[in-house]
Structure formats: C-alpha cells, structure tokens
Design a binder for this molecule. Structure first.
Ligand code: NCD
Length: 320
C-alpha cells in the first residue's frame, strides 16, 4: 500500500475541534502546536513529569491487537497520571476469539461507559473505521499497519523542539526501513506541517518511501551523502514482520550501508541528535556506542511519550 491514502477528516468536528487522533496528515499546525504546548506544560524544568486531574472520572481502554511495550505502557501511565481509570483489554482471551465482530466488541466496551479507546492494529485504517462507526467515544490511533503512528511523531516533535527550538531551519534525516514505518510516515507529515524544509529520507530502494515527494522531500540511497550536515537523525528498525521473505536484507550488509555508527555520525552537525522510536536492534540499524552515546535522545523520547499522550488525552477530553 502507498502511504497517505487514508483520510483523517473525521478527527476534527465541524467547529475544528479534535475529537479523535487518527493521523497527522491534514492536522492543522495550530492543533499540533497546541498538543506540544500542553505536553511541555506537563514537564517541569528538569524534564520530569507532573500529575494532572483532567481525566478524573474518565476511563481509557487500551486495545492493542499488535505487540507493544513502550506505546501501551506509556499510554497506561499517561492515563493514570491524568487520574483516569485504565483498562487493558485482554484481546488474546476476549470474545473476538469467539467470533464476536470487532464492532460488537467496541459497542460492548462503549456500554461499559469507556470514554477513550487507544487502538493499535495491523490493518491500515482500522482506528478510522471504528471512529466512523461509533459515537461519543474518542479514538486514539496507537499505530495502524504501515499507515500512521501520530503520538509517536508528536513525541518526536516534542523531543526535537526541546533540543533544537525552531523547526524551520532544520535538516532532518530519516534513515532505514521507511517504506514499512508508520512512524516515518507520521514524522514526515509533522515536520512538513511545522515548516521543516530539508527532510531527507535515506534507504535502499526497496525500503524507500513511496508516498508524495512534493514539498522538498529528498530521497537518497547513500547514507554518507544524506547524513552530511543534518541536525537530527531518526533511525528505524527493519520491520521484517511487514516484509516478504525475499525482501529481508542481510543484516551485516545492511548495517555496513545504513547502520548509524560514530564514524557516520561525524558527518552530521557536531550537535546533531540521534532518535529511535524503539524497539532498537543494536548492530543492525544503530551501533550500541551511538544508541548509548551523548548524542542519543532515545530515552528522553520515552519520557516525552508520556507527556504527549497525557496532552492528547487532555485535548480530546475537552471535546467529550
Ligand atoms: C514503532 C511501531 O510500533 O510502529 N514502535 C513504537 O511504537 N515505539 C516502531 C517499530 O515497531 O519499529
């Protein structure tokens, strides 16, 4: 599938309020900036998280149909830090296994008076389908197939903003399996909306982005060329679960060409930051010395993920 085919129109109501978070394509800049501002207010000057009462009396259900560590846990922590009740629906043992349709499961959960669903699913557009077929409940997309992962991109933007201040004059390199990466797809929309002019997508042809390349997006297959002089390097996991067996590259050959090592990082600006959405595969897309090195902000991204998820839920709660 080509990215960008799924519309996010139903995430805004007729007065332009955010009622679901489905994707960043088409989301106005003011909405993105508002979420970043709310998230920044939830962090103290040391970058530690505050607590909030905004979701008092609300319930948030996590529905993860795909594996997840940081996204599911940070959504749960974010909901709890905002004083909500949280429910992790045990999908492996749920009635969907007894052939209940997904929409019946959703309506059953809605009848339990849940206010927000956080949904991850391997099918592109599944959260959008649910949002279009159920009322009075806010849907948050926690990753759908290769399509979108809006909260990951927002936490990436928050991390960049903390480190670099302005998006306009930045050079950002996204390196690796861009074709199968919902994170890269959402990052591209966020960076474009926030005004970043130099976005370089670096990958071998068969893992390269196949979406819209208007608006100054550069496609490169050479890491040395692509990483030269950038402010931000976003590395990505090889998402083998989304590849055909014949497409899976030899990991050593891949690392030699696209792995981020300290030597490669020297080509970027001296104060460049290295990001990764996780899970990190050391020695495949990034060397351990870089992942744990002084330019890595990977763990900062994790903490920022809680602030962003609290902020998204706070903004959505205002429309409920
Ligand atoms: C990413 C995802 O699931 O899309 N991880 C995450 O949410 N932190 C990236 C990946 O799986 O490689």
């Amino acid at each position: 599938m080509k990215p960008d085919l799924i519309s996010n129109d139903s995430q805004l109501n007729s007065s332009g309020k955010l009622i679901h978070l489905l994707g960043l394509k088409g989301l106005p800049k003011e909405q993105i900036e508002n979420i970043l501002n709310v998230a920044s207010r939830l962090l103290d000057t040391q970058g530690n998280l505050k607590k909030s009462k905004v979701l008092d009396d609300m319930s948030v259900a996590n529905l993860f149909f795909e594996p997840s560590t940081r996204t599911r846990n940070t959504f749960e922590i974010a909901a709890k830090r905002s004083s909500a009740q949280t429910i992790n629906v045990d999908l492996a043992n749920s009635a969907t296994k007894k052939n209940e349709t997904l929409m019946d499961t959703m309506h059953t959960l809605k009848a339990m008076q849940i206010d927000m669903f956080v949904i991850r699913h391997k099918k592109n557009g599944l959260p959008h389908h649910i949002a279009n077929n159920i009322e009075g409940i806010a849907i948050i997309n926690a990753g759908d197939g290769i399509n979108a992962h809006p909260t990951q991109a927002l936490l990436d933007m928050l991390t960049i903003q903390q480190e670099k201040k302005s998006f306009k004059d930045l050079s950002v390199a996204i390196v690796g399996d861009i074709r199968h990466s919902r994170v890269a797809h959402s990052d591209i929309h966020a960076l474009r909306t926030l005004g970043t002019k130099d976005i370089r997508l670096i990958a071998p042809g068969y893992l390269q982005y196949n979406g819209d390349v208007s608006n100054g997006i550069k496609l490169l297959d050479n890491l040395d060329e692509g990483i030269s002089g950038v402010d931000v390097v976003v590395t990505l996991r090889l998402q083998k679960e989304r590849m055909l067996a014949a497409e899976i590259p030899n990991e050593k050959v891949y690392f030699d060409h696209y792995g981020i090592t300290n030597e490669k990082l020297k080509l970027a600006k001296p104060n460049a930051i290295v990001m990764h959405p996780g899970p990190v595969n050391r020695g495949i897309e990034v060397d351990t010395a870089v992942a744990d090195g002084p330019q890595s902000v990977i763990l900062k991204q994790v903490t920022n993920g809680i602030a962003i998820r609290m902020a998204v839920m706070e903004v959505l709660a205002q429309a409920l």
